[in-house]
Each structure stands twice: as structure tokens, then as C-alpha cells.
Design a protein around this ligand. Structure first.
Ligand code: FAD
Length: 436
């Protein structure tokens, strides 16, 4: 059972935060949200207004406080840089320690181990808020805080946690998780990378593909076959340090979206891993992998939500400033239809994602619904961001405005953490199994 939310944990985190965050004041955040729009905020590409519906979202006071603290932080530290991060495809490494100071990196790690001791819905909310400012930084945040830190938190020994978590939680080191390979994507358990036991070490050989954060990461959770003859029952998870001899990282990919979230290939040439770096049990890695994927799908669902909110906020403001035929374009019925469709799709996706988050926090982690949360929210995010782009007309198609970036970033969520097709397969299969 996860710890209940505690305001004290967050308020303890706040004084350690950046100078801007130390001035955190919820009433200022509310005033900023209610402030009238100006054309400069549209042209500058920085969001000043949000139509996030707190009444319908149904968050607790602690969760609202967390959400607003993160919003204030990313508005100051990240949103003004988001367009440059996208354009330059450069990851803003200076942000990691700032996230660490806020406690956001170890959000699901118990307070006794240096984390905030919060739940998966809280983690999803943070993911959503960071995504509103920058989809790519949020993806890297999710890979670090959920795929890497949370897997070590859930499966690590006391010694592993003591050795790896403090620097990862502080943002002094970057974390990454590697399961996919060039020829093993959707069918990930067909992986070819091996780690064969030799004395008190495992010797890893092979490669991984698509690994988020790997350009700068120091700590990797890596899956490999320790008993290849057993197929999916012969997989083991390992914690691998970057500077281990034989470990190397390939070039950064030039991606369609999520630019600034580094994605590279990994190579293992007789990498010696001490047996104390086995994460979980030998040959039990498939369970570690699959259960991790359930929670990954939930937490990453915050990404599509944040991108939808950003696109909606931006386009609604635009539609109420831009005039054609002597009228604000948002007053045309076809455009009102867009506003209504975007708003309700976002609200429905958020309601489902938050409901699944609450269930996970109550100890009811359902593969079907974790897959459903990201399936539904990412399909809606592609639709909503695309409609937002349409509502801007020609300028929406330029890189001077941020909505194209939202579309490109949203597209990732139909592939990353398992594709839409695999999510549909998992949901369908769960009913097949139930009714067999
Ligand atoms: C930006 C980015 C970041 C990523 N980060 C990471 C990371 O940090 N760590 C990591 O391990 N992986 C990561 N991935 C990899 C990601 O999980 C895989 O790309 C994904 O699982 C799909 O695998 P694939 O690309 O090999 O596609 P394929 O498996 O080759 O799929 C191609 C197409 O075939 C469809 N398909 C495949 N099998 C079936 C089936 N049985 N039924 C119906 N359709 C099917 C797929 O849905 C897809 O449309 C990342 C990917 C991207 C793009």
C-alpha cells in the first residue's frame, strides 16, 4: 500500500527549492491563471493562462498544491526555454538538480529513503505539468523518475538503494532504462542481449535501441537473457553503470518530436556486471519488466494530458484574439465545435487517467487499465493537438508558434511504452483470458 499524500513532505521540499520556488504562493498562481490574456503571451510562445478545470479534476488539496508548485516552477524555469530545446535538440542538463531540489525525481520513493513518499497519481500530475511546458523534458523526467528510479525503488536491495538512489533523487546522476532492441520492440521478450553467469559476474553482450536519456545517463536498468534457452522465462534485470568497461553509447537520434530528450543505442561488449547488481531475481526479469511497464504506462499518461492542456490553452486564447470577417474566430460555430471537442476529449482522458492513478495508489494495478489510460489519452492528444494546430490556420504550421511542437511530441505517446496496437492487444487479451 502506498503512503498517503503528505503536505508536509512537499512543504519540506519547497524551502530547498530554487529561489523562485521559495516565493511559492498559491494565491499568486491562481491570480496568474485568472489574468487576462494578452497578444504578447501568444507571440512569445509562453503560456500565461490555463483552462485546467480543478473542480472536475477532483484532486485533493495536497495534489492541487503539488500541481501548482510544479506549474510555477516550470513556467519560470522551463517554458521560456521549451522552443529552444526543441529547435536545438539539446537536453537542458542544468534542470536535473533543480528537479532534485524540489523532490520531484524521487516522488514515489519513501521519505525514509530520501523521496517524497507520494503516489502514482501524484507522479502522473507532475508528469502532466512538466509536459505542459515541454513534452521532451517531461519524457526524460519520466524515464529518470519512473523507469529508472521507481524500478530500483520497487525491486532493489537495501544496498542497491543506498548506493544508487541518493544521487538519482538529487539529480546529480541521470537514470535510464533499456529493454528495446533493434529487432525486439513490441516483442520485447524476444531480446537477444545476453548476460551469462561466469563466477560471481554476468558477462553482457548485445545492444539496445531507443534508450531515453542514455546520452548523459550514469545509471541504467538493463534487461538481458541470463538463460536464453528459457525464452521469456530467462530474462534478468540489472543495474549497470555507464563507466563499466565494454559499455558504450551510440549517437543521438534526430527525432520527429521529443527533441531535447536524448535517445541513443547502447552496445555491450563483454560488459562485466557483479552479481550484486541483479535487480530482483535471476531469470525473473520478465515480471519486473511487465509490472514496471504497467506503472510506466500510467505515469506517462500525464504526458498526453499536459500536451493536450497546453494545446487547448494556446488555441482557445488564439481563437479569442484572432479576428476574421470582423469577428473573433472562436465565435464561429465550427470553431466553437473545435473548442467543445478539444475540451471534452481532454476532460474525459484526464478523468480516466486520474481514476486509474487512484486505483493504483489503492494497490489495484490493472494491466488493462494502465494500457487503457495511455491508449485513450494518447489518441486524444494526437487529435486535440492537431485540432489546436488547425485552429491557428497558417501560423499553426510554422515553428514560430508552439502548437506544431505539441503535435510532434504527442505523436511519441502512440509508440513509446509499447505501441497503441500492443495496448489494444493487452486490453483485448485480458478479456479473452477472463472469459476463457
Ligand atoms: C522516442 C522514443 C523513446 C523510447 N524510449 C525507450 C526507452 O527509454 N527504453 C526502451 O527500452 N525503449 C524505448 N523506446 C522503444 C519503444 O518502446 C518501442 O519503439 C516500441 O515498443 C515499439 O517497438 P518498435 O519500434 O520496434 O516497433 P515494432 O515492434 O517493429 O512495431 C512496428 C509496428 O508493428 C505493430 N505491431 C507489432 N507487433 C504487433 C502485433 N502483435 N499486433 C499488431 N501490431 C503489431 C506495432 O504496433 C507498430 O505499429 C522508445 C521509443 C521511442 C520512439
Amino acid at each position: 500500500m502506498l503512503r498517503s499524500l503528505s503536505t508536509s513532505a512537499l512543504t519540506r521540499a519547497l524551502p530547498r527549492a530554487s529561489p523562485k520556488l521559495q516565493r511559492f504562493n498559491p494565491s499568486l498562481v491562481a491570480a496568474a491563471a485568472a489574468a487576462p490574456s494578452t497578444s504578447s503571451c501568444l507571440l512569445g510562445g509562453v503560456r500565461h493562462m490555463s483552462f485546467y478545470n480543478n473542480d472536475v479534476a477532483g484532486l485533493t488539496e495536497d495534489q492541487v498544491e503539488l500541481k501548482e508548485a510544479v506549474a510555477q516552477f516550470v513556467n519560470a524555469e522551463l517554458a521560456p526555454r521549451a522552443a529552444d530545446i526543441d529547435k536545438s535538440n539539446q537536453s537542458p542538463l542544468d534542470l536535473w538538480e533543480k528537479f532534485g531540489e524540489m523532490g520531484l525525481l524521487g516522488i514515489t520513493v519513501p521519505e525514509s529513503e530520501g523521496g517524497l513518499g507520494k503516489g502514482y497519481l501524484d507522479h502522473t500530475i507532475v508528469m502532466e505539468e512538466i509536459s505542459r511546458a515541454s513534452g521532451s523534458v517531461a519524457l526524460s523526467y519520466g524515464a529518470h523518475s519512473n523507469l529508472c528510479i521507481n524500478q530500483i525503488n520497487r525491486h532493489g536491495t537495501a544496498a542497491q538503494k543506498a548506493r544508487y538512489l541518493p544521487d538519482l533523487i538529487a539529480g546529480k546522476k541521470i537514470g535510464s532504462l533499456a529493454m528495446s532492441e533493434p529487432n525486439s520492440g513490441s516483442d520485447v521478450v524476444s531480446m537477444k542481449t545476453t548476460a551469462i553467469k561466469k563466477g560471481d559476474r554476468f558477462i553482457m553482450n548485445g545492444s539496445k535501441q531507443w534508450i531515453t536519456n542514455s546520452l548523459h545517463a550514469s545509471t541504467f536498468v538493463i534487461y538481458a537473457k541470463t538463460s536464453p534457452e528459457k525464452g521469456s522465462k530467462g530474462i534478468t534485470a540489472f543495474i549497470v553503470e555507464r563507466d563499466t568497461p565494454g559499455f558504450s553509447v551510440g549517437n543521438k537520434l534526430d527525432k520527429f518530436g521529443m527533441r531535447g530528450s536524448d535517445t541513443c543505442e547502447l552496445f555491450f561488449d563483454n560488459v562485466e556486471i557483479p552479481e550484486e547488481n541483479v535487480l530482483g531475481k535471476v531469470d525473473r526479469g520478465a515480471a519486473v519488466l511487465m509490472s514496471g511497464l504497467d506503472l510506466e504506462r500510467l505515469v506517462l499518461s500525464g504526458g498526453p494530458l499536459g500536451l493536450m492542456q497546453a494545446a487547448f490553452d494556446y488555441s482557445v486564447q488564439y481563437m479569442h484574439e484572432r479576428k476574421q470577417f470582423g469577428q473573433r474566430i472562436g465565435e464561429f460555430q465550427l470553431m466553437q465545435g473545435k473548442i467543445a471537442d478539444m475540451y471534452t476529449k481532454l476532460g474525459a482522458a484526464r478523468a480516466y487517467v486520474y481514476a486509474v492513478g487512484r486505483a493504483c495508489d489503492a494497490g489495484k494495478v490493472s494491466r488493462r487499465d494502465c494500457a487503457g489510460a495511455i491508449l485513450y489519452s494518447s489518441d486524444r492528444a494526437v487529435e486535440v493537438t492537431t485540432e489546436a494546430m488547425q485552429s491557428l490556420g497558417g501560423v499553426g504550421y510554422t515553428n514560430e508558434y508552439p502548437v506544431g511542437r505539441f503535435v510532434r511530441d504527442a505523436r511519441l505517446y502512440t509508440v513509446g511504452a509499447g505501441t497503441q496496437e500492443i495496448r489494444r492487444m493487452l486490453i483485448g487479451r485480458s478479456f479473452n483470458e477472463e472469459l476463457a
